[in-house]
Design a protein around this ligand. Structure first.
Ligand code: A3P
Length: 272
């Protein structure tokens, strides 16, 4: 048994790249990065660090499963590989493609107040445009048309969780999709992680000691093997402004879709 060689020793210690046993499918801005990093605290979990976008981007999908597997981390037998690509949730072609890869794969869906999610989504797009010196429109111009919510606004459509989830439920049984409460994950991550461990059939290894509230960041950060890690500054940044009046319209708009989503998942959330 040679321990001196580094990466080439993979055949000795049986590490391999394996297809994911669990996938975080969305929602965009729901807390997908936080959930992935927090699951990675578990000794039996290894994660693909970058978003893979295999099932939703044709150019990637055409490369086939060998390419997908090559994006995965090296794992030992018995370890669980997890990847996250929030773009999967709203892409119509994805559920059947994932089923074809592995009909037993476990899916994690982290949701957040859809009005808050929309503003976060806009804020991310705005930030990207500003850094590329591209023109941008204020949120209210995109969101409202003659004072009414414009149902054509893309970020609004991404918050209609019931519409997207309905397509997943045409392919996967409800029990195979675990819903994580993104607002609860922000307030207190540990209970949500414990539930995720149970869903993934992992022994409980993540503990409250893995988290501490960082008052400067205003969010929980991670502690593992003496290392302290907060998510980068694009996670938990101030939101673009939106008038109280417009936000209220948004909340009213989401009331019905939210109710449909609650019925679909069999639980409710205290969203605006
Ligand atoms: P905001 O930046 O709008 O606050 P995603 O990783 O899916 O893009 O989600 C980003 C969101 O994760 C952030 O949205 C933030 O609220 C949330 N989040 C949850 N837990 C967090 C944590 N511990 N640190 C930073 N952001 C966290």
């Amino acid at each position: 048994y040679s321990s001196s060689s580094s990466s080439s020793s993979s055949s000795y210690n049986a590490t391999q790249q394996r297809l994911p046993g669990a996938i975080i499918i969305g929602v965009r801005k729901g807390g997908t990065r936080a959930l992935l990093e927090m699951l990675n605290l578990h000794p039996d979990v290894e994660v693909a660090k970058a978003e893979v976008h295999y099932f939703n981007v044709e150019e990637h999908f055409r490369r086939g499963l060998a390419w997908y597997r090559a994006q995965m981390p090296f794992t030992l037998p018995g370890q669980l590989t997890v990847e996250k690509t929030p773009g999967y949730f709203a892409a119509p072609q994805v559920p059947a493609r994932i089923w074809d890869m592995n009909p037993a794969v476990r899916l994690l869906l982290i949701v957040r107040d859809p009005a808050e999610r929309l503003v976060s989504d806009y804020t991310q797009v705005l930030h990207n445009r500003l850094t590329r010196h591209k023109p941008y429109q204020p949120l209210e111009e995109l969101l409202l048309r003659k004072g009414h919510i414009d149902p054509g606004y893309k970020a609004l459509q991404r918050s209609l969780y019931h519409q997207h989830l309905a397509r997943w439920l045409e392919v996967f049984p409800r029990e195979q999709i675990h819903v994580v409460d993104g607002n609860a994950l922000i307030r207190d991550p540990f209970p949500e992680l414990r539930k995720a461990e149970r869903f993934l059939d992992l022994p409980p290894r993540i503990s409250p000691n893995n988290f501490y509230y960082n008052t400067t960041k205003g969010f929980y950060c991670l502690l593992s093997a003496g290392h302290d890690k907060c998510l980068d500054e694009s996670k938990g940044r101030p939101h673009a402004p939106l008038s109280t009046q417009a936000f209220k319209k948004l909340c009213r708009y989401f009331r019905k879709p939210n109710k449909l989503f609650f019925e679909m998942v069999g639980r409710s959330f205290s969203w605006c």
